[in-house]
Write a protein that binds this ligand. Structure first.
Ligand code: MG
Ligand code: MG
Length: 259
């Protein structure tokens, strides 16, 4: 069953996802060579708690931390550690919150200092894939319209679209129906209706689409060890209008990124 939320409930989801955006901005400001991923996790946890919310990932399915931090060939679900970020790394930071009974969930991939031009392109195209998917997230379309738009854009650049992990509905639980794959056919899948809230989250690999699940029980990495990028929006479905609940503008202003 796919939940339909009232406008009041959508606003609570917006509050959560804006808090996630602000948390990612705070984390982004602190991303530089020499910082450990566990330090980023502490910054995020303090920031979320100081805003009266609870980290959404901490303890979720036994996950040990506030952030999923996935560096370079790690795609998603990386566990914060004493790994020291170095110039040229790319780091996907995925963050969740619980506030007023609802969840926030968004992700952004940051560059550490100067990165190789081909990796910069991977980040740009992955974010564009998310934006192209989100443009399809209006009432009357189907989930497959989103999936198709994401896949088309990423594969146009020869990138691999991860199949094993997908986007999802968001609400009183972090993972609700429907699943939102990053590959698929137009006009297929569940019909989008006003009041649904979904997370769209392309995981795009520079090389092949194949991934490996590491023995720590969480980390997913590319099989060929080429870099991967991950961006995630929460979107409320409306009639005739795209309503993104996540605000990357807050993050990009904080890190001084040119749009
Ligand atoms: Mg997420
Ligand atoms: Mg998600």
């Amino acid at each position: 069953m796919i939940n339909i939320y009232t406008q009041e409930e959508v606003e609570l989801l917006r509050e959560n996802n804006l808090l996630v955006s602000k948390t990612l901005a705070e984390v982004g400001k602190n991303i530089r060579p020499g910082v450990t991923t566990l330090e980023l996790d502490r910054i995020a946890e303090d920031f979320i708690r100081s805003h009266g919310a609870v980290p959404g990932f901490l303890g979720y399915g036994g996950f040990p931390n506030t952030l999923c931090v996935s560096v370079n060939e790690n795609v998603v679900h990386g566990i914060p550690s004493d790994y020291v970020l170095k110039e040229g790394d790319v780091v996907s930071v995925d963050c969740g919150t619980i506030l007023k009974g609802f969840y926030g969930d968004s992700a952004y991939t940051f560059a550490v200092g100067e990165i190789a031009p081909e990796v910069e392109q991977l980040l740009r195209v992955t974010k564009e894939s998310l934006q192209k998917g989100a443009e399809q997230a209006v009432a009357g379309n189907r989930v497959g319209d989103i999936s198709f738009a994401v896949q088309q854009h990423a594969e146009h650049y020869g990138y691999g679209v991860v199949r094993e992990l997908v986007g999802h509905g968001l609400g009183r639980k972090m993972h609700e129906s429907p699943e939102v794959p990053n590959y698929g056919r137009r006009g297929t899948g569940p019909l989008l209706k006003q009041g649904m809230v979904i997370c769209i989250e392309p995981m795009i690999n520079m090389g092949s689409k194949n991934v490996v699940f590491e023995r720590d029980g969480w980390t997913v990495r590319t099989r060929d060890r080429k870099p991967s990028a991950h961006f995630e929006y929460a979107v409320a479905i409306r009639n005739g209008e795209v309503d993104v609940l996540t605000d990357f503008g807050i993050i990009e202003e904080a890190i001084g990124l040119r749009k």
